[in-house]
Each structure stands twice: as structure tokens, then as C-alpha cells.
Design a protein around this ligand. Structure first.
Ligand SMILES: *Cc1c(COP(=O)(O)O)cnc(C)c1O
Length: 334
């Protein structure tokens, strides 16, 4: 794949580690060897997957002459935190529109990512009701800023358009190169599937390098059929952009929706167990909204014998640990 055709900043500092998780492997019965790709260690304040996407999205904004970034997310959005982070670093203004997906969940004084928005110097935070037209709200903000003489650029939620998803095609290529270097056979990759750029980009990249490792997504909000279509649509667009021959096969896009629980960002017992298990066996911090639920899926699939005995599974850790500090009561009750 040729990424040099697209505007791109240099946010990565090399490949993120791929580590064996011996204690977790043992805790789950030793039938499946578990590895982890540490995208939680990416640069950008407190790390996480949006850095790879923002390398392309912010570069596109700067090439278009923008001086201001507008984006949106949930009230504890990691994407909003990393957009604020890279905007600060690049000397761009950053404005956020936050969607209160759970009624009453926005608290001005909240900890976690919310506190970091402030610390990273965002210029404004607008809070809108769950189900609002987020693009419409961002366009309203853009019109207001344009009238005030600014040059705003809108990054969609999760930076999950074809520009941002290229960041995860980069990750698939990087992962494959590492596995080749390590002489490590991986039978399956598990990723969280939210706004879909991560899952779609990984599929495109894996196809683009002919890696042939199946990738499954664990949903954090939507039902399986709906999410698979969203991932597919974005993967098709991203594959076209990168001119990946043959495109991405629909049947290769697989999502699990049994680990969402009552809804996006709402705690589940299996998420609490997963966060505890990763912390206490491997000293790896997951998050309550994405990687915690995806890891709950991984753990359940291992226990259910979904992966063949003796196989190796790689879990993509997309970050998000600052959100833990907004959920301390959940973990202390458990
Ligand atoms: C955004 C996010 C995800 C989901 O990635 P998408 O590309 O939106 O599907 C997973 N984990 C964390 C920590 C995130 O912030």
C-alpha cells in the first residue's frame, strides 16, 4: 500500500509493541496463547487508537489551510481527548461537540477524559442530547467560527472516515511486518468495533498486504448486522482510496455483539472482570467503554472454545484508560 499519496503527519515514533501475555494465557487455561498489540502506548496525551487516524485527518486539515479543528464524541470520548491533544501540539484551536448518549451523563466537573479536554486547552465544549445530528451540530459551529474569521475543519466522530481509517491500514501492515520479524504465527486478531475506522482499516490493511489473518470485531454499541454493514461500507471506501486490489470481502467482516450489555458506555460484569483480569495478571490498563468490553469478548470466546486448542490470538489494545477514572465507583462496588 502506498500511503505517501496522502497528507500525513508523523505521530507514531515507530511500531507499537506486540507482547505475549503469559499470565493471562495461564489464567484462561493455556489452551490459547494470547498476545497483545499495544496501541494504548501510542503517542498523544495518554495514548490510544485515534492517534493513527489523526495523523491523516489533521494533516488533511493543515493542508487545506485550517487553523481550527472541530470534532465530536461521547462525554468521555478518547477521540475528543486525542484530537484536543494533537491540535494543541500543532497549534490549532480545538472545539468539541459532546453527545450525551446516556441522559444526565455530562458533568462539567467530571474526571477522566473530560478533565483532560480542559487541561489540553479546548476552546469550547458544546453538549447536545443523545441522537442529535452530530454533523449538523458541527457544521453550525463551523459556520459560527467562519463568521468570526477562523478556518475550521471538521473531523467526524472517531475520525472514522476513509481518511482516518487509513491509519489502521498502516497498523495492519505494521503488525504483519512485526509478526514476520518475530516468526510468530497468529491465527486470529480481535479488535474493538465502535465508529468502525479501526476495524475497517485493519481489514483493508490485512487485505492489502495479503496477510490472511481473520479479524473479528467486538461491538461496543450496535447490533451485529448493523455494525458489520457500517464497517463494510467504510472498508470499501478506504480500499478504493488505497487502491487495494479486489477490495474487501463482505464475508470477512465479522462482529460479535453479545458484550455490549445494556448499551454504549454502560458497565457490564464481564467488562469489570476483564479490566480486573488484565490489570492483575499483565498490569495492562483497559478502559470501561471499548477495550474492556472487547477484552470481555476475547475472554468469553477463549472460554467457550471458539478458538482451536493450541491457537494464537492477538488482541488489539486501542487504549482509553483515562476513562477508568470516571468509573471508579463501578470498580469499587464490584
Ligand atoms: C474510539 C475507540 C475505539 C473504537 O475504535 P473505532 O475506530 O471508533 O471503532 C476503541 N477503543 C478506544 C479506547 C477508543 O477510544
Amino acid at each position: 500500500m502506498n500511503f505517501t499519496k496522502f497528507p500525513r503527519r508523523n505521530y507514531l515514533q515507530g511500531a507499537t509493541p506486540i507482547e505475549f501475555m503469559p499470565a493471562l494465557t495461564k489464567a484462561l487455561g493455556n489452551d490459547v496463547k494470547l498476545y497483545i498489540k499495544r496501541d494504548d502506548l501510542l503517542p498523544g496525551s495518554a495514548g490510544g487508537n485515534k492517534t493513527r487516524k489523526l495523523e491523516f485527518c489533521i494533516a488533511d486539515a493543515m493542508e487545506k489551510g485550517a487553523d481550527t479543528i472541530i470534532t465530536c464524541g461521547a462525554v468521555q470520548s478518547n477521540h475528543a481527548r486525542l484530537t484536543a491533544s494533537w491540535s494543541a501540539k500543532e497549534g490549532l484551536d480545538c472545539h468539541l461537540i459532546l453527545e450525551e448518549r446516556v441522559k444526565g451523563s455530562y458533568k462539567e466537573e467530571a474526571s477522566g477524559n473530560n478533565f483532560l479536554f480542559e487541561l489540553l486547552g479546548v476552546k469550547s465544549i458544546g453538549v447536545v442530547a443523545g441522537g442529535s445530528d452530530m454533523m449538523g451540530e458541527m457544521e453550525k459551529k463551523a459556520a459560527e467560527l467562519t463568521a468570526a474569521g477562523k478556518k475550521p475543519y471538521i473531523i467526524p466522530g472517531g475520525a472514522s472516515n476513509a481518511i482516518g481509517a487509513m491509519g489502521y491500514a498502516v497498523c495492519a501492515e505494521e503488525t504483519m511486518a512485526q509478526l514476520n520479524e518475530m516468526r510468530l504465527v497468529v491465527d486470529h486478531i480481535i479488535v474493538p468495533s465502535g465508529s468502525a475506522g479501526t476495524h475497517a482499516g485493519m481489514m483493508v490493511g490485512m487485505t492489502g498486504v495479503n496477510g490472511n489473518i481473520p479479524i473479528s470485531g467486538v461491538n461496543v454499541s450496535r447490533p451485529k448486522d448493523v455494525q458489520e454493514e457500517i464497517v463494510y461500507k467504510l472498508a470499501v471506501e478506504t480500499a478504493e482510496k488505497l487502491e487495494v486490489k479486489g477490495g474487501v470481502a463482505r464475508e470477512g467482516i465479522v462482529c460479535f455483539d453479545q458484550y455490549v450489555g445494556p448499551g454504549y458506555s454502560l458497565p457490564t460484569d464481564s467488562m469489570v472482570e476483564a479490566v480486573n483480569l488484565f490489570a492483575k495478571t499483565e498490569a495492562i490498563l483497559l478502559d470501561p467503554v471499548y477495550s474492556g468490553k472487547a477484552a470481555a469478548g476475547l475472554i468469553d470466546l477463549v472460554r467457550k472454545g471458539h478458538f482451536a486448542k493450541g491457537s494464537t490470538v492477538l488482541f488489539l489494545h486501542t487504549g482509553g484508560s483515562p476513562a477508568l477514572y470516571a468509573y471508579m465507583d463501578t470498580f469499587r462496588q464490584a
